[in-house]
Write a protein that binds this ligand. Structure first.
Ligand SMILES: NC(=O)c1ccc[n+]([C@@H]2O[C@H](COP(=O)([O-])OP(=O)(O)OC[C@H]3O[C@@H](n4cnc5c(N)ncnc54)[C@H](OP(=O)(O)O)[C@@H]3O)[C@@H](O)[C@H]2O)c1
Length: 259
């Protein structure tokens, strides 16, 4: 049995806590500035509601507050952690906040796992990029991955690549949502009912992505396999190229990265 404390049970904190709750080896401590939010989460997934210092008395402490709120939340945590003989592993999900910045806020000796989850964590289909500070042993890393396996696929990256990776996996759901909506709009323009068009569009994106991941085929090869000579699909591909789809997507990732 291990204890996981969640400080900040907003959108992402609660999605990760819900994934953690699926593992019977995990005991959950939930803390949020507005206590009602943590209580509502407890009703849904179980666990105990406590305050931030209470949630720090855990094996893993998840920081789920917005990055700009960290300097406000950190001082009391730093004091609690300094008094502990074996400090917990702090798991930070804060965007664009480095491991060294978290150490600056909480103490240099604290083991940190920096993660960058995305919204499909809520259904166990997330991509969670992660990097560990030097204090995290390989046994602790393996235990963390086991504790959180219901959240989705964990991908270890060098910390310097985390922001770039996040522009695909973290921002990507919004980009893909735009594509799904546009695909459905096209169907509606051709006479399909909206709900049916959305269902077809979303399932097509999901199935195509899965096909690529499971076959290991390059997307260009999969595209070529659908485009019969003189057929309908290649005409659609021509329209997408004319509209600059690829360039627009590349620019979207780079714009997010520069921001
Ligand atoms: N959402 C995403 O897709 C996503 C993806 C990757 C990473 N992240 C990261 O996840 C973190 C949370 O983002 P979010 O989207 O989940 O934000 P959110 O929904 O606003 O959640 C933040 C939560 O933190 C609570 N909070 C604020 N100050 C606190 C304090 N001092 N002590 C305890 N709780 C406090 C807030 O409580 P109140 O209810 O009182 O405001 C709120 O419930 C951020 O660091 C973000 O960069 C988010």
């Amino acid at each position: 049995m291990r204890t996981l404390g969640f400080i900040g049970t907003g959108n992402m904190g609660s999605a990760l806590a819900a994934a953690a709750a699926k593992n019977p080896e995990n005991r959950l401590l939930l803390s949020n500035r507005s206590r009602k939010k943590a209580e509502a989460l407890r009703e849904r997934i179980g666990g105990e509601v406590t305050d931030n210092c209470g949630a720090a008395n855990a094996d893993y402490v998840f920081l789920g507050v917005k990055p700009q709120m960290l300097p406000e939340a950190a001082p009391e945590l730093k004091d609690v952690l300094a008094d502990m003989i074996v400090p917990p592993i702090v798991v930070s999900m804060a965007a664009v906040t480095s491991i060294s910045r978290i150490k600056e806020l909480l103490g240099v000796h604290i083991p940190i796992i920096r993660i960058m989850p995305n919204t499909p964590v809520a259904i166990g289909e997330g991509i969670i990029l992660y990097a560990c500070s030097g204090e995290v042993t390989s046994a602790a890393e393996a235990d963390f991955l086991s504790a959180m396996s219901a959240a989705g696929r964990f991908v270890k990256v060098e910390e310097r690549l985390m922001d770039a990776g996040a522009c695909i996996s973290g921002c990507g759901p919004a980009f893909v949502d735009l594509f799904i909506e546009a695909l459905a709009d096209g169907g509606v323009a051709c006479g399909l009912p909206r709900a049916l068009a959305l269902e077809l569009a979303a399932a097509t994106v999901s199935g195509s992505a899965r096909l690529m991941l499971e076959t290991g085929k390059h997307p260009a090869q999969l595209k070529d396999e659908v485009c019969s000579p003189g057929g309908t699909t290649i005409q659609g591909v021509r329209a997408l190229e004319k509209g600059g789809l690829r360039s627009a997507v590349i620019e979207a990732v780079i714009s997010a990265y520069h921001k």
